[in-house]
Design a binder for this molecule. Structure first.
Ligand SMILES: C[S@@+](CC[C@H](N)C(=O)[O-])C[C@H]1O[C@@H](n2cnc3c(N)ncnc32)[C@H](O)[C@@H]1O
Length: 170
């Protein structure tokens, strides 16, 4: 993940640079066959845009649990009409429920986006003085500040150990 600050002197808009573009486009290459790709981590739609541009017979379903970033992707990919469909859902949930047409390609670009660090206001970065929130799903009941301020020491250490794979969590 890397950020490309666009317009330093004017609107300070950050855009997410999609990683490994050449590799992703060549490994998941439908050539000119009709095919369906599920982009499990749509973000601002960078990878999906590259795929839709390069492969005219490809359809894309894009998943993101964050409604705000998904709106950016929907606007960006609107010119592709019904070749693109956005779904605001956790990707594991999507696959549990999926009963649609055969999927030919699946892309995961795990993590969060430059949007989250620079624009979301949700405390993902130490650079800014923001409330510690860190949710992707803004309808979720718990935010990070509640967790760090109300969980006991053992529970916090378990979280850091299990999810952060930090063996010195205690
Ligand atoms: C690294 S960004 C993807 C950037 C995208 N590939 C692009 O080129 O613009 C990862 C995105 O996945 C979303 N995300 C992370 N975990 C998720 C999950 N479990 N289910 C759905 N979306 C998720 C985040 O909200 C974020 O927008």
């Amino acid at each position: 993940m890397s950020s490309v600050p666009r317009g330093w002197d004017c609107d300070m808009e950050y855009v997410h640079y999609s990683v490994m573009q050449k590799e992703v486009l060549s490994f998941l290459n439908p050539e000119d066959r009709p095919a369906l790709l599920v982009d499990c981590t749509l973000g601002e739609g960078g990878h999906s845009n590259l795929f839709l541009q390069k492969y005219p017979n490809l359809r894309v379903i894009g998943l993101d649990r964050d409604k705000r970033i998904m709106e950016k992707a929907k606007n960006r990919l609107a010119p592709y009409g019904d070749r693109f469909e956005a779904r605001n859902i956790w990707f594991d949930r999507f696959w549990q429920e999926y009963d649609g047409p055969q999927v030919d390609y699946v892309l995961f670009d795990l993590g969060i986006s430059v949007f989250h660090y620079e624009e979301s206001g949700r405390g993902f970065s130490f650079k800014r003085n923001e409330k510690l929130d860190m949710r992707l799903d803004m309808d979720a009941a718990l935010d990070a500040s509640q967790v760090v301020n109300t969980y006991d020491e053992k529970s916090l250490a378990d979280i850091i150990f299990n999810y952060g794979e930090e063996r010195y969590s205690r």
